[in-house]
Design a binder for this molecule. Structure first.
Ligand code: HEM
Length: 486
C-alpha cells in the first residue's frame, strides 16, 4: 500500500541522500529563476517604462523611504510616464498609475456580489434626510470645541494661544463618529483622555494597520506581542460595548419606538434594515458594518480637517476670503446651520477640494485584474495588481498646471476633467461617506473661521508621514487668536 513514508524511503534508497538534495535544490533554483528572472523578461508589462528589477524586496525599500507620496511622484517623473511598472516584495511586478484614463477604467473593475448587496443595504443610511439629522451633532460638537478655545483665549487676555488642532480634530471626529455610528456620546471633546477615548482612538486607527502587518507575517495578529495584547484588550472592550448598543437598539425598536424619519445614527438604520426576504441583519453583520463605517470615517475626516487648517494658516489671504464668505452666509453662531446654508459656502468648498487634491489622505488604492485585460493597447495579465496613486495623480503637472501650488480658485474657474480629482475615488467602491465628510468638515471649518484667526506657530515645519492616512508630523499646533468682531 502507498504511504508517503514508504515512498520517501524508496526514493532515498534508490537515489541516495546526496543526489536527492541536489535534485531538490536544482528544482527550487529553477523555479526561482523561472518566476523571478525569465517571467520578468517575458511579461507583457515589460513594454511599460519602469524601475529596475530587484528580486527579493522589489523596489519597496525605495518606496518606503522619504516622505509619504514622494517616491511615487518621483518615479512617475523619472520614468516620464504616468503609468509605470515596478516590483513589489518578492519581486512581484505591479503597475502604478497616475493616468486619469487608466484610473477611469480600473476603478470600474466589477465588485463582488456580496459587496454589491451590502452597498445596496447601506446606501439609505447615507441619504440626504439622514445626513440632515446628523448635522446638529456636527454643530454641537463644533460649538463645544469653539467654547473651549474661546475660554483659552480669554484666559490668555486675547493674545494668540497655541492649540494642538490635530488632537482636537481627532477628538471632534471621534465624538461625531461615535454619536452618528452608535448613538453613544464618548465626550472626547472636553473630557481629557478617558479610558474609553484612548481605547476607541487606538482601535479605530488599528483596524487598518492590522491588515498591513498581517499581510506580511502569517498569524501576526495572534502572536503575543505587547501591541497585540493591547489590541485584544481593546477589542474585548469595544466588542462588548457595541454588542450592548446593538441589544439596546433592538430593544428600543422592539418596544415600538420606531420613527425612521428621525433616526440619526447608523446603528439604528442597520438594526431597522431588512434584506430582500424581509429578514433583519444578524448581530455579526450589524457589528461588521457599523465598525467598518466608523473606521472608514474617523481618521480620514480628522486628518483632512487638519490639512485644511494647516493650509488656511499658511495662506492668510485665502483664510480671509474663506472667512468673509462664512461671515456673509452664517455669521450668527446661535442660528443653526442647515444643508442649504452650507451649500452656499462655495469658496470653502473649493478650499476643501484643493486641500484634498494636495493631501489626499487615502493616497493610493489597489485593484487586481481578475482576468487578462487590454487597456489602450496595454496587455494586463490576470492577477496583476494596479496601484492607483491619487497623490501622484493630483500632483502631476500633466494633470494640473502649477500642481504644487495651493490655489482653491482653480476649482471655481474651470470644470475639472473626469478622473483628475479623486479623493473619494469613484466607481463601485467609491467612498459612501463623502457627503457626510463634506458636511462635517464644512461645519467644523465654518465654526472655527467665524471666531478665530489661525497662524502657523513660528518655526513649525512638517513632513508627510504614511500612517493609516497621510498626515503631517509633528502634529499640527496653531496659534489661534479670537477675532475682535466677536
Ligand atoms: C475626508 C474624508 C474621507 C475620505 C478622503 C475618504 C476616502 C475614501 C476612499 C478613497 C475610499 C475608497 C477606498 C478604496 O477603494 O480603496 C473610501 C471608502 C469608504 N468610505 Fe470613505 N472617506 C472619507 C470619509 C468617510 C466617512 C465620513 C465615512 C462614513 C461615515 C466613510 C465611509 C466609507 C466606506 C464605508 C467605504 C467603503 C466603501 C465600499 O467599499 O463600498 N468615509 N473612502
Amino acid at each position: 500500500m502507498w504511504s508517503p513514508h514508504v515512498n520517501l524511503q524508496w526514493i532515498i534508497q534508490s537515489v541516495g541522500w546526496r543526489d536527492l538534495v541536489i535534485i531538490v535544490v536544482t528544482a527550487l533554483v529553477t523555479r526561482w529563476v523561472y518566476f523571478n528572472l525569465i517571467c520578468v523578461y517575458l511579461s507583457p508589462l515589460r513594454k511599460l517604462p519602469g524601475l529596475p528589477y530587484r528580486p527579493l524586496v522589489g523596489n519597496m525599500l525605495d518606496a518606503l523611504s522619504g516622505e509619504a507620496m514622494s517616491t511615487a511622484i518621483r518615479w512617475i517623473k523619472q520614468c516620464k510616464s504616468l503609468t509605470i511598472r515596478y516590483y513589489y516584495f518578492g519581486g512581484k511586478e505591479r503597475i502604478l498609475t497616475a493616468d486619469p484614463k487608466l484610473m477611469g477604467k480600473a476603478l470600474f473593475f466589477l465588485s463582488g456580489d456580496v459587496h454589491h448587496s451590502m452597498r445596496k443595504l447601506l446606501n439609505p443610511a447615507f441619504s440626504i434626510n439622514v445626513l440632515q439629522n446628523m448635522l446638529p451633532v456636527f454643530e454641537n460638537k463644533a460649538h463645544s470645541m469653539v467654547s473651549l478655545w474661546l475660554e483659552e483665549c480669554r484666559q490668555a487676555g486675547n493674545q494668540p494661544v497655541q492649540i494642538n488642532v490635530q488632537d482636537f480634530m481627532t477628538r471632534i471626529t471621534l465624538d461625531t463618529v461615535c454619536i452618528t455610528g452608535l448613538d453613544y456620546n464618548i465626550h472626547a471633546i472636553g473630557s481629557g483622555d478617558t479610558a474609553g477615548v484612548k481605547i476607541f482612538t487606538r482601535y479605530l486607527r488599528q483596524v487598518g494597520g492590522r491588515t498591513i502587518s498581517s499581510s506580511f507575517i502569517p498569524f501576526y495578529y495572534h502572536l503575543p506581542f505587547a501591541a497585540n495584547r493591547q489590541r485584544w484588550e481593546d477589542e474585548k472592550y469595544i466588542i462588548s460595548l457595541i454588542k450592548e448598543r446593538i441589544q439596546a437598539k433592538r430593544q428600543q425598536y422592539w418596544d415600538g419606538c420606531e420613527n425612521t424619519a428621525a433616526v440619526k445614527d447608523f446603528l439604528s438604520l442597520l438594526v431597522l434594515a431588512r434584506d430582500e426576504d424581509g429578514q433583519s441583519l444578524p448581530d455579526n453583520l450589524v457589528f461588521q458594518n457599523v465598525t467598518g463605517i466608523m473606521f472608514a470615517g474617523f481618521d480620514t475626516t480628522s486628518v483632512t480637517l487638519t490639512w485644511a487648517l494647516l493650509l488656511l494658516a499658511s495662506y492668510p489671504d485665502i483664510q480671509t476670503r474663506a472667512r468673509e464668505e462664512v461671515l456673509e452666509v452664517c455669521a450668527d453662531p446661535t442660528q443653526p446651520l442647515t444643508h442649504e446654508t452650507l451649500d452656499k459656502l462655495g469658496y470653502l468648498n473649493c478650499v476643501l477640494k484643493e486641500t484634498q487634491r494636495l493631501y489626499p489622505v487615502v493616497s493610493n488604492t489597489t485593484r487586481r485584474a481578475l482576468e487578462e485585460d487590454n487597456i489602450d493597447g496595454m496587455e494586463i495579465p490576470a492577477g496583476t495588481n494596479i496601484v492607483l496613486h491619487l497623490g501622484a495623480l493630483h500632483r502631476s503637472e500633466e494633470n494640473w498646471p502649477d500642481a504644487e501650488k495651493f490655489e482653491p480658485e482653480r476649482f471655481m474657474s474651470t470644470t475639472v476633467e473626469p478622473y483628475h480629482h479623486l479623493p473619494f475615488i469613484t466607481g463601485p467602491y467609491m467612498c459612501i461617506g463623502s457627503k457626510y465628510a463634506l458636511l462635517e468638515m464644512k461645519t467644523v471649518l465654518a465654526s472655527i473661521l467665524r471666531e478665530f484667526r489661525l497662524q502657523l506657530v513660528p518655526g513649525y515645519t512638517f513632513r508627510r508621514i504614511q500612517a493609516l492616512s497621510v498626515k503631517p508630523h509633528p502634529p499640527l499646533m496653531l496659534a489661534v487668536t479670537k477675532l475682535s468682531h466677536v
